[in-house]
Design a protein around this ligand. Sequence first.
Ligand code: NAD
Ligand code: ZN
Length: 381
Amino acid sequence: MPRSGASLFLLPWKFSENVNEMAELKVQLASDAYPIEINHGCLRDCAEKIALLCPAAKYAVITDSTVAKLYASRLLAALDQAGLTAHMFPIQPGETRKNLATIGALAERLALAGFDRHDALIALGGGVVGDITGFLASIYMRGIPFVQVPTTLLAQVDSSIGGKTGVDIEAGKNLIGTFNQPKAVFIDPTTLQSLPTEEMQSGLAEVLKYGLIRDSVFFDYLIARREDIIHQDAAALTDSIAACCRIKAEVVMADEREGDLRRILNFGHTLGHAVEIASRYSLSHGFAVSIGMMAAARLSEHRRLLSAAEREKIHEALTAYQLPTEIPAELDRDRIRFYLKTDKKNVGGQPVFVLLRGIGQAEMHADVGEEEISALLARSK
Ligand SMILES: NC(=O)c1ccc[n+]([C@@H]2O[C@H](COP(=O)([O-])OP(=O)(O)OC[C@H]3O[C@@H](n4cnc5c(N)ncnc54)[C@H](O)[C@@H]3O)[C@@H](O)[C@H]2O)c1
Ligand SMILES: [Zn+2]
């Protein structure tokens, strides 16, 4: 049960610019440890490391048809050159495929191709492919190892790290899933060059989130280096992705199974999710989260946790990254309120908001009342 305003203990760590085009981190869990490598071009030279960190008789590369066209041949050639046997299993792209039918179909295809307990999976793609692959890896033949090779910014800074896997059912998103950690994560930021602008922006909302909840120095860096980051300067992008991975890994290491601490990653997501669903997903996840982060900043100011200047700084940063900060006027406020009240992360029917005690420090508040919620929804109506 989250305590209101509970203070969170994490080892101190502050962002510092690295100017390298590669970074390596380690996720150290009670039961497991695995590396995250961030390296321009690592898609071409991760094969030997895969053999070492995730040894297997053969590998199934799970990907979607869009990513397959762009990057599968590069990875398959690298695996082949390293003397590894690999087969590609493409699925159709999109969230609508993240379901049990896809899991069943992939399991059938793997079995027909002779994949067994000596083999391993490689997730090449965005969060959809990563979540599907991680889930399949935890149940195929009662569990086989897998590696993450994320190709969207959201997957590189969020979904590929932390071990949450899952699929959607009619009743809701991510309702079936497991905790299953990969053997390694290989992040090649050059894959982002082909990412559609809106997907990139959506990921950038999550990047800004990490600075806001955990590291004001990193947040200032994101403001200062915005042009470089948007234009995918190699060092700025590597530094930023590494900072996000480090923060996510740090939170996951401290709280592997979603206790209070891991909830700080939900900053902007309480209202964001409700807005996303109320828009019938016409708003991208990142855009909805950006709106939710601004709302949480306003609520933090209202509760005197955040100064007006800090709230304004957040507004300017989101706007500079061309992210929305207001709930679209046409969205039905009652629908948003309904989804806010029925969110699966609520505690005792009450939405839990992550608020900021200054930029870089997050805390949970489970006591946000009707009036405060109405004030958030009333804005720019
Ligand atoms: N497991 C977790 O902890 C976690 C955390 C956050 C989100 N998620 C999940 O992640 C999913 C969203 O992930 P996403 O935003 O990566 O979506 P996605 O996987 O659907 O990818 C978005 C689109 O980009 C395309 N694409 C991927 N890489 C590309 C590239 N390099 N160039 C061009 N196109 C490319 C894909 O084909 C797809 O059409 C959701 O299902 C969400 O629930 C999971
Ligand atoms: Zn998110």
